[in-house]
Write a protein that binds this ligand. Structure first.
Ligand code: MF3
Ligand code: CO
Length: 260
């Protein structure tokens, strides 16, 4: 299927993105010390379903021999980078750093976004990690316009983070989105000479998602078949938005949940 979305599809994506952002906001508000992760998942699902959207991660398989994703929202705590699972015995604690990553289908089109929430008291280093990860996403999307290269996005994210000595996760990357949960092209958060040179075109829809750690960039998968953790158990942060490429720049498909 074409990686270019029509103006009609972009309008539908924006409606879905607004619903998704509200569902994420509900999950963020529910993410407090003592909250159960399954409760946060339920709140997110009810929010999007009440507006006519469906969870896109529920039942999703990365490849056909992988397990199906069991929830609506990925909840990744502390050294968990992404794809963490909500389970009845996982309770949010004071001092947790919680990545919330959510996707929906609306009118046949998929959107994807994430935010990291700090629960209660954490060190200033952790606060900076979360703020800097968000800012790296802002830097990455700021270079988007038709004619720019995917590697311009990668370079903008990386050059903001690199001097700060963070780990930039390499095994997972941003991606096209819209007709499927994951589409081409890949959008790494670092300059990768092995990546093909791809120019952005008007109507491309991309999920940009830096994953950043306080330590090393290397990650591993837990034996639940989903959760990605830092190998050195350092704390990680993750932010994601879906955008559409325009002639002049980009249009935000998933409004920032923390900006009114
Ligand atoms: N936003 C996540 C990503 O792009 C979506 C994961 S799909 C899931 O990696 F099924 F794993 F949740
Ligand atoms: Co994504």
């Amino acid at each position: 299927m074409s990686l270019i979305k029509t103006p009609v599809e972009i309008e539908k994506l924006k409606l879905g993105g607004a619903i998704l952002s509200r569902a994420l906001r509900c999950a963020m508000d529910a993410c407090v010390a003592g909250a159960s992760t399954v409760e946060i998942d339920r709140i997110a699902r009810e929010s999007m379903e009440s507006e006519g959207a469906k969870p896109s991660f529920l039942g999703y398989q990365i490849s056909s021999d992988d397990p199906e994703y069991p929830g609506t929202i990925c909840i990744s705590i502390n050294d968990e980078v992404v794809h963490g699972l909500a389970t009845p015995n996982r309770i949010i604690k004071d001092g947790d750093v919680v990545g919330l990553d959510i996707g929906c289908w609306y009118e046949g089109l998929a959107t994807d976004m994430a935010s990291t929430v700090i629960v209660g008291d954490v060190s200033s280093k952790v606060k900076e990690l979360v703020a800097d990860t968000r800012e790296s996403l802002v830097r990455g999307i700021s270079v988007i316009k038709a004619g720019a290269l995917i590697s311009d996005i990668s370079g903008a994210v990386e050059s903001y983070l690199k001097p700060k000595k963070y780990g930039i996760v390499r095994d997972l990357v941003g991606h096209g989105v819209g007709h499927a949960v994951h589409e081409e092209p890949q959008v790494p958060n670092f300059k990768d000479p092995r990546q093909p040179k791809i120019r952005l075109k008007e109507g491309m829809v991309l999920a940009i998602e830096p994953m950043v750690t306080l330590g090393d960039w290397r990650v591993a998968q837990k034996n639940d078949g989903w959760t990605i953790v830092t190998r050195d158990h350092s704390i990680a942060a993750h932010f994601e938005v879906t955008i559409a490429v325009t002639a002049e720049g980009y249009e935000l498909i998933t409004p920032w949940p923390d900006v009114k």
